[in-house]
Design a protein around this ligand. Sequence first.
Ligand code: SF4
Length: 168
Amino acid sequence: MKIRLAGEISTDSVVDGEGLRSVVWCQGCIHNCPGCHNPETHSFESGILKEVSEVCDEIASLEFQDGITLSGGDPMCQVDACLEIAKFCHSIGLNVWCYTGYTIEALLKRSKKEKNMKEFLENIDVLVDSPFIMELKSYDVPFRGSSNQRLIDSKRSVLLDEVVLYKK
Ligand code: SF4
């Protein structure tokens, strides 16, 4: 299975979730949020295609990282590949954060019909949801760009079929 990426994995980030993290930059996003910081990641044609196994090998070789963050672009546009990466991360003891422009409510709805979506949500430790809204841009919301975005306990949200906010 292949995944379309916007570039190489970034390491040692402290702004893309808790702890020291590496970021997998997915290529492709449908949301077109005005003011998006990564407009070059929107196209579904550009970027680089990589085997998921190759990405997992790279993740396995990382040192001193607490977890992996799936960002982009929107990882929800490549659910199967991101699910494999998330499962691999957990298998080697790395936690998984994921950014998306969708709301958790919309994803929970999709998860009722799409088995892979349900499984992906169950394999995300923290989901940072909702589109970036320029008018709500804020520096006071850790790990987010605008105040409408939420840190979601993804697994418990699936389990309870309701929005469960992440609490440290
Ligand atoms: S969801 Fe994220 S990557 Fe996509 S347009 Fe919005 S801010 Fe940019």
